[in-house]
Design a binder for this molecule. Structure first.
Ligand code: CP3
Length: 344
């Protein structure tokens, strides 16, 4: 059987078109997901291996994407450290955020066995996936995970309390980064042992700190996670959202592919990022609320870019948003798969 196009691209081999998948492709826009979600809570879907496997594969069946991403959440790591967590209608919420403890380190009790259900879901996906569809495993990067752990909930105010805490307690935060990094490495390693084909690290709040502060405090942990993943022979995709000119610091030592947000045009990103690192991205997800003609007008730029750029995976600049019409998502996949990319 032919190697899937997503893995060919990750391995640096030329293909006739870019592979396509989307962040948040399972749990936001698919009618089939919304139907399951009306019967089960998010926790139920995620923690039952058979349901999690079904949801993971929905976008492969319904949208025709070239890879599946494990249906789970980045906050399973703090949960496995004993932090009580609820997914409410307003986003995730921890019972007691770390900023409210006198000694936050003492509040954390990493227990890797609390992640076992996720490895069972991976086994189930691998048993039931069609045509060897590649499976992407993932985790959150330490800054993004710590934002939620420190502040306690998803915040519309730029995690003011979490970031103030970080500036006030840098040496403690360095220790917290270490604890999160260690469990993340164990988690990534186990995902790989259960058969994931690639690994993505989500630094969704990468732009929340001045880049020099981010780089100094967090790059060592990204490098550590990257090394652990690549030592096991798996390609490492890093998504440092909103780091802007920080893209010029992305080198092959850090990752194999970098996922780019929509603010930086893909052609600019190509100039900033080291030529040895592939790109993923970066359509503005809000474009999918517009008409199909408007979508096509923007895609033409990508056609030009993708003609000569084989080290590129098509994706959004961030995830699907609730309410995006399913037909537009489907149109996008079909457009990418059927366009004439004029590749030699
Ligand atoms: O297709 C997929 O959805 C793949 C699985 C996945 C989820 N979360 C499921 C989920 C992935 C890859 C994530 C990552 C994640 N989770 C990130 C990083 C990437 C990103 O999208 O920004 C972050 C920051 C989180 C934390 C989180 N989980 C938030 C802020 C929220 C609420 C807002 C939102 O995005 O919906 C969640 C809940 C969540 N995670 C849902 C799903 C399907 C919605 C739950 C529901 O159906 O009610």
């Amino acid at each position: 059987m032919q190697n899937p196009i997503f893995l060919e691209t990750l391995q640096g081999r030329p293909t006739s078109r870019p592979p396509v998948w989307f962040m948040r492709q399972a749990g936001r826009v698919l009618p089939s997901y919304l139907d399951m979600r009306s019967r089960y809570s998010f926790w139920e879907l995620m923690s039952n291996p058979s349901l999690a496997a079904q949801v993971t594969l929905l976008p492969v069946h319904d949208l025709g994407v070239d890879a599946a991403i494990l249906f789970s959440d980045i906050l399973v790591i703090p949960y496995a450290m004993g932090m009580g967590l609820d997914f409410t209608d307003h986003g995730p919420k921890f019972d007691k955020p770390l900023k409210d403890y006198d000694n936050p380190l003492e509040a954390l009790h990493p227990d890797p066995s609390k992640l076992e259900y996720i490895y069972k879901a991976i086994d189930e996906i691998i048993k039931t996936r069609p045509d060897n569809t590649p499976l992407i495993g993932f985790a959150g990067a330490p800054l993004t995970v710590l934002c939620y752990m420190l502040e306690g909930l998803s915040s519309k105010s730029n995690f003011v309390q979490a970031i103030a805490f970080l500036y006030q307690n840098k040496s403690l935060v360095r220790k917290l980064i270490e604890v999160v990094t260690d469990l993340t490495i164990e988690y990534a390693t186990r995902q790989i042992e259960h058969g994931i084909d690639a690994f993505q690290l989500f630094e969704t709040h990468g732009g929340i700190l001045p880049f020099d502060v981010y780089q100094e405090m967090f790059y060592p942990s990204i490098q550590k996670i990257a090394r652990a993943v690549r030592n096991k022979g798996i390609k490492f995709i890093y998504f440092p959202k909103d780091i802007g000119s920080g893209l010029s610091t992305i080198t092959p030592e850090l990752c194999d592919f970098v996922s780019v947000d929509w603010q930086t045009p893909i052609t600019e990103a190509r100039k900033l990022v080291h030529p040895g690192v592939g790109l993923q991205g970066n359509l503005d997800p809000r474009l999918l609320f517009a008409g199909q003609k408007d979508i096509e007008n923007e895609l033409v730029k990508y056609l030009e870019f993708g003609k000569n750029e084989h080290q590129w995976i098509f994706n959004l600049g961030h995830g699907f948003l609730p309410g995006i019409p399913f037909e537009n998502a489907k149109y996008l996949v079909e457009w990418i798969k059927s366009a004439n990319w004029r590749r030699q």
